[in-house]
Design a protein around this ligand. Structure first.
Ligand code: INI
Length: 151
């Protein structure tokens, strides 16, 4: 991590979709754990919950353009079903999150699982173990620090 910019004092917005909520709740725990371990204050983290991954980009955009956050973390779980629905949602959330980062200039981290099965999603959202939310939290701190340094 970049020691020139302490994580303490940085502000983070976390967007959690509640579809597949058991999975995304563990992603949220992982992200919060990573932020705390980096020294981020509880009061400097805002969590916003929304219905599904498709809705993530709009809310991420609202947070990113508010000027209040040094990075935004997007958390969700899109799990393949029997129809092409998965392909539309996963493509749209990935495209939208990337677009929000580029248009806002604020780091927006993609902590959205896109898996074929619930088992795969569970294996990537283990509390205290392999956890995409934790990885997203680590990436958010690194990107917020880098962003501050490059500003
Ligand atoms: N939303 C998810 O976050 N994950 C899914 O797996 C999922 N599936 O499978 O349908 C899902 N659908 C809801 C979607 O994100 C929107 O909330 C909904 O279409 C309303 O816009």
């Amino acid at each position: 991590m970049d020691s020139a910019t302490p994580a303490e004092g940085l502000h983070f917005g976390v967007v959690q979709s509640t579809f597949n909520t058991a999975v995304t709740s563990r992603l949220l725990s992982g992200a919060i754990d990573a932020l705390k371990r980096a020294g981020v204050n509880d009061d400097d983290v805002t969590v916003v919950k929304l219905p599904g991954a498709f809705e993530i980009p709009l809310v991420a955009q609202k947070l990113a353009t508010s000027g209040r956050y040094d990075a935004i973390i997007c958390l969700g779980a899109v799990i393949r079903g029997d129809t092409p629905h998965f392909d539309y949602i996963s493509a749209e959330v990935a495209r939208g999150v990337g677009q929000v980062a580029l248009s806002s200039g604020v780091p927006v981290i993609f902590g959205v699982l896109t898996t074929d099965t619930l088992d795969q999603a569970n294996a990537r959202s283990v509390e205290g173990g392999r956890n995409k939310g934790f990885e997203a939290g680590v990436a958010a701190v690194e990107m917020a620090q880098l962003h501050a340094r490059l500003a």
